[in-house]
Design a protein around this ligand. Structure first.
Ligand code: GTP
Ligand code: MG
Length: 438
């Protein structure tokens, strides 16, 4: 599969909006799984770790992959709890698209606002997904208005809920004005979206004015990508993870509208403060980035990697950052929750996992040529620490054990800081409250 068919999407948003349930539903609808899991039953693909099952909240950012109509979609399900925000923000470099999932029955809170702003700062293409339309049909219009008010008038529905509870009506690909939606007309929604997109292309605008609203999705493809890259348009989709309503249209939107790797804004890779040009189609020079690290009790250290250029192959020799010492890629995996599939290579645009490479850490840049020495990702602005604790081992002599555990925790959550204060000989852990108390 070439990078043209790959889509990388992060599902983000305040807790409880249904991100994990939606990812599960999309895996099910695309036949990646045969049984639909539920968060309450602790059997979803992405909330598979003990803590997520116990708390019934995602604790980890978890990637999964599905195939849909010749497209490979890599999704990352992320935690929505405020204190786990560091784990969500840290995966943004791995994706082109940030999909903010909202709950039709809840107002937008600060976490969602923050995530929307962060995605904008990170120059991600964005979309908003309104979930749980089955539960709160009466609140959808108010939420749409709230979205417009908080995030701007560029947030425009690509489909609308039908008057029939389990259906969603397409307003973009093949709009049928005969269909009745729960609120505005199909034509009206179509026109608003096309008007917004066509502003990106003067000659198409002229044609549009002559031709009326007859522009095809193919004619609109390039201006749509430009509008997404510049934040000039943010498509809004309605779904229900519970009934599956709108899921097919959501997958179509992801495949046909949201960007492939080289249509998104280029990754914020820099060398000596200058942007580094990255070419997804270029065959030589591998450049990749570690967007997450996790220490698995059985598999050891797992480094979750996004490949930006070239390819990572099992057995190849790569460098980390400025190091002159190469490491050999041993086993390479695709993870689907707790299931792992060994792969022989990962191409530009794709995600993969490297195991047992001790020197890899969050934010490491991996490459295969010293031309790329010094390449770094632009620093992510993590939330300020809100809480600090001085830590001491209960028993004397356990200092080493404590420092090993702290190193593991800090490796997994880049927003946590560990500091040794030599003057007072204290170890201080700083972060957001629950990241510490867990
Ligand atoms: N009725 C209804 N309930 C839903 C829908 N989607 C999710 N839920 C329920 O909403 C609750 C929260 O769902 P999750 O998928 O865990 O939400 P989340 O966004 O992943 O939450 P965090 O991991 O804490 O960020 C669960 O009880 C789901 O069963 C939906 O479309 N309709
Ligand atoms: Mg979740």
């Amino acid at each position: 599969m070439s990078q043209h068919e790959i889509r990388n999407i992060a599902f983000v948003g305040q807790t409880g909006t249904g991100k994990t349930s939606l990812v599960e539903r999309l895996l099910f609808e695309s036949h990646a799984i045969n049984n639909l899991g539920h968060v309450e039953d602790g059997d979803t693909i992405t909330d598979f770790d003990d803590q997520s099952i116990h708390y019934q909240h995602s604790v980890e950012a978890t990637p999964v992959t599905l195939s849909w109509r010749n497209h490979q979609m890599n999704f990352i399900d992320t935690p929505g709890q405020a204190e786990l925000l560091g784990r969500t923000l840290s995966i943004f470099p791995a994706v082109e698209t940030s999909a903010l999932v909202l709950d039709a029955g809840s107002s937008i809170n600060q976490v969602s606002e923050r995530l929307f702003q962060f995605a904008k700062d990170q120059k991600k293409c964005q979309m908003v997904i309104i979930n749980k339309i089955d539960q709160h049909p009466d609140k959808l219009l108010a939420l749409l208005e709230e979205i417009e008010q908080r995030f701007g008038a560029q947030c425009l529905p690509i489909n609308l809920p039908s008057q029939k509870p389990a259906e969603v009506i397409d307003c973009y690909f093949e709009p049928n004005p005969e269909q009745t939606t729960l609120f505005s007309g199909v034509d009206e929604a179509h026109e608003l979206l096309v008007d917004q997109v066509v502003e990106m292309d003067e000659s198409l605008m002229e044609l549009y004015l002559e031709q009326g609203s007859e522009l095809t999705p193919e004619q609109l493809h390039d201006p749509f990508e430009k509008a997404l890259r510049t934040g000039h348009v943010v498509p809004v989709c309605f779904v229900s993870s519970d009934t599956g309503a709108g899921c097919e249209l959501l997958l179509r939107t992801l495949a046909e509208i949201m960007p492939m790797p080289d249509e998104g804004n280029p990754p914020m890779l820099e060398k000596n403060g200058k942007q580094v040009a990255i070419d997804c189609d270029k065959r030589d020079h591998t450049v990749a980035h570690v967007y997450k690290v996790n220490v698995d009790p059985y598999m050891g250290k797992l480094a979750y990697v996004r490949v930006f250029q070239g390819e990572i192959t099992a057995g190849s020799q790569l460098f980390i950052g400025d190091s002159s010492k190469a490491f050999k890629v041993g086993h390479l995996y695709n993870l689907q929750g707790k299931k792992r599939q060994e792969i022989t290579s990962a191409k530009a645009g794709d995600l993969c996992v490297l195991v047992k490479v001790d020197d890899l850490a969050f934010d490491s840049v991996i490459h295969d040529s010293h031309d790329e020495d010094g390449v770094q990702f632009k620093t992510l602005n993590f939330p300020e620490s809100m809480y600090s604790l001085t830590l001491k081992p209960k028993k004397r002599g356990d200092e080493q054990k404590m420092s090993d555990v702290l190193a593991k925790i800090a490796a997994e959550d880049p927003s946590l800081k560990i500091e040794h204060r030599t003057r007072t000989n204290e170890t201080v852990l700083s972060g957001r409250v629950s990241s510490i108390s867990r």
